[in-house]
Unconditional design. Sequence first.
Length: 64
Amino acid sequence: MAYFYLSIAIVAEVIGTSALKASEEFTKLTPSLISIVGYGVTYYLITLVFRTIPVGITYALWAG
């Protein structure tokens, strides 16, 4: 299940990062909210992943 959470976290981060550029420094509401939610989901799921998978392996998979 941890690898599933990690894959969802990766997708959420990509969505959050894409929305961050579209938010134009948080001046547009909808992309700003998508970015905040995307990063929130990412960090929540990463905390769940850290319970099972070591930090080094998680970071290597997440960054790769």
